[in-house]
Design a protein around this ligand. Structure first.
Ligand SMILES: Cc1cc2nc3c(=O)[nH]c(=O)nc-3n(C[C@H](O)[C@H](O)[C@H](O)COP(=O)(O)OP(=O)(O)OC[C@H]3O[C@@H](n4cnc5c(N)ncnc54)[C@H](O)[C@@H]3O)c2cc1C
Length: 393
C-alpha cells in the first residue's frame, strides 16, 4: 500500500528554518551521530559542571538551542507563536528533574501551576506535561514502588508529594488544560501509574484532563493499556493516554541484568514496533472512550495511525487524537502532518540550562543509539540544504 503522507517533502518540513538554522541543525545532528563524541562530551560536560567551569554558555548555544525553547516561560513565546502559526500546539515542558530538597520540589510545583495558566492563554487546546520525579525525591518513589515500609518522616514526605500532584491536576481541571504525566523508569512506574489512575478517576469524569503514559518498549504495556481502557469504560471515566516507545531502554536493560530480574523491555525492536502499532489500532477502535497522544518520531507509526483513522472513518482533525513530537526533532513529521490537517503538538522543553541536562543527554543518546530514524533526519536536512542551493544557482 502506498504511504498516505509524504514525509520527505523537505520544503514544507523545514520551512521554519532559515539557511543558518538549517546549517546549525546539520552540525548538531552530525555531532550527535558520533557515539564517541556523545559519550566523551557527556562525561566532560558533567565534570565541567561539577567543577563549576563556565560551560553553560556553550551548552546554551549548541544542544540547548536545538532542543529547548529557552530558560523561562517568557523565552518560549517566540517558538510557541511560531508553532501556532503553523497549526502546531506547543506543550511547554518544564524540564527539571532529579530534585531532592522539599523547597526545590515546591518550586517545581509552583512553576507547573504557572504553566497551566499560561498554556491556557496561548493554545487552542491547551496542554501541559509533568514528570513526577520533579515533584518527589527519587528514592522515595523507589521505596514506595517496592512496597517498602516508610518511616514517619517519609510518610509525611509522600503525603506532601501526593498533595503537589493533586493540586496540579485540580488546577488543570479547573482551567480546562490537559496534563500529560510522563512515564519514567520501570522501578518507579507502578507508583506513577497508580497516581495517574487516581487523578484520572478524580478529574476525567467528563473529558480527558489527566493523561497517563504507556511505554510500548515494555512487554507488559499493551495488556496494561487494554485493561486500563476496560476499567475506565466500566467506571465511566474518559481515559487519557500518551503512547510512546520509551526513552530509557539501555538503563532498563543494565539494571535488570545487574539486579538479576526479568528484563521489562521487549526482546527486540520488531516487538516494540509491533506493540506500538497494535496500541495505535486499539485506541482508534476505542476512540469514543478515550483521548490519545501518539508521541513518536517514527514515520511508519505516523503512517499507520493515519491509515487506521482513515479506515475507521475518522476525520483527520478528530479532537481525541494528537500526533506529537519533541521540539528540535522530526520537523518533517510535525509540519507535514499539521499541513495535511492532523492535530499536532510538540513538547517544548524549557528550564535553567543545568537542570535540562538529563533531558538533553537523553536526546543526544537517543540520536546515537537508535539507528535509522535520526540518520534519516540528517539526510532530510542535508537534502533541503541542497534543494535551496539549487534554487539559488
Ligand atoms: C511527545 C513525546 C512525549 C514523550 N514522552 C515520553 C515519556 O513520557 N516517557 C518516555 O519514556 N519517553 C517519552 N518520549 C520519548 C520517546 O519514548 C522516544 O522519543 C522514543 O524512544 C523514540 O521512539 P519513536 O517512537 O520515536 O521511534 P523510533 O525512534 O523509531 O524507535 C526507537 C525506539 O524503539 C525502541 N527500541 C529500539 N531498539 C529496540 C530493541 N532492540 N528492543 C526493544 N525496543 C527497541 C526504543 O524505545 C527506542 O527508543 C516521548 C516522546 C515524544 C515525542
Amino acid at each position: 500500500m502506498a504511504p498516505e503522507i509524504n514525509f520527505n517533502d523537505t520544503e514544507i518540513a523545514f520551512k521554519s528554518k532559515s539557511d543558518g538554522d538549517l546549517s546549525f541543525s546539520i552540525f548538531i545532528f552530525k555531532m550527535m551521530g558520533k557515539p564517541f563524541i556523545v559519550k566523551v562530551g557527556t562525561q566532560l560536560t558533567l565534570l565541567a559542571l561539577k567543577l563549576h567551569l563556565p560551560i553553560q554558555g556553550l551548552i546554551r548555544k549548541t544542544i540547548f538551542r536545538q532542543f529547548c525553547g529557552g530558560e523561562t516561560i517568557k523565552d518560549c513565546t517566540e517558538p510557541f507563536e511560531f508553532l501556532k502559526s503553523n497549526r502546531i500546539e506547543a506543550i511547554l515542558d518544564y524540564s527539571v528533574e532529579g530534585q531532592e530538597r522539599e523547597k526545590d520540589l515546591d518550586a517545581t510545583q509552583s512553576e507547573l501551576l504557572k504553566l497551566i495558566v499560561n498554556a491556557k492563554k496561548y493554545a487552542k487546546d491547551p496542554t501541559t506535561c509533568m514528570k513526577l520525579t520533579g515533584l518527589a525525591r527519587f528514592n522515595l518513589l523507589v521505596k514506595t514502588n517496592a512496597n517498602e515500609k516508610l518511616s514517619e518522616k517519609e510518610t509525611e514526605e509522600y503525603k506532601r508529594f501526593h498533595e503537589r500532584v493533586d493540586e496540579i491536576c485540580k488546577k488543570a481541571f479547573e482551567e480546562g488544560v490537559k496534563i500529560y504525566i510522563d512515564a519514567e523508569d520501570s522501578w518507579i512506574q507502578d507508583t506513577i501509574d497508580a497516581l495517574a489512575e487516581e487523578m484520572m478517576w478524580k478529574y476525567n469524569k467528563e473529558r480527558a484532563i489527566v493523561f497517563t503514559t504507556a511505554q510500548l518498549y515494555r512487554h507488559d504495556r499493551l495488556a496494561y493499556l487494554k485493561d486500563l481502557t476496560q476499567r475506565c469504560k466500566n467506571d465511566g471515566i474518559v481515559l487519557g493516554v500518551k503512547l510512546v516507545r520509551g526513552a530509557y531502554m539501555e538503563k532498563e536493560r543494565e539494571r535488570a541484568k545487574e539486579k538479576k530480574y526479568q528484563d521489562p523491555i521487549q526482546p527486540d525492536r520488531a516487538s516494540t514496533d509491533r506493540d506500538y502499532n497494535a496500541a495505535l489500532d486499539w485506541v482508534v477502535e476505542h476512540i469514543e472512550h478515550l483521548e490519545v497522544c501518539a508521541g513518536t518520531h517514527n514515520a511508519q507509526s505516523c503512517q499507520h495511525l493515519s491509515a487506521k483513522m482513515k479506515s475507521a472513518g475518522l476525520e483527520k482533525f478528530h479532537p481525541h487524537i494528537y500526533f506529537s513530537q519533541l521540539y528540535g526533532m522530526s520537523d518533517n513529521l510535525s509540519f507535514i502532518l499539521a499541513s495535511s490537517g492532523y492535530n499536532v503538538s510538540k513538547y517544548l522543553p524549557y528550564g535553567p540550562v543545568k537542570s535540562t541536562l538529563p533531558y538533553l543527554i537523553r536526546r543526544a543518546e537517543e540520536n546515537t543509539s537508535v539507528a535509522g530514524q535520526m540518520s534519516k533526519e540528517l539526510t532530510l536536512l542535508i537534502s533541503e540544504k541542497a534543494r535551496r542551493k539549487s534554487l539559488n544557482r
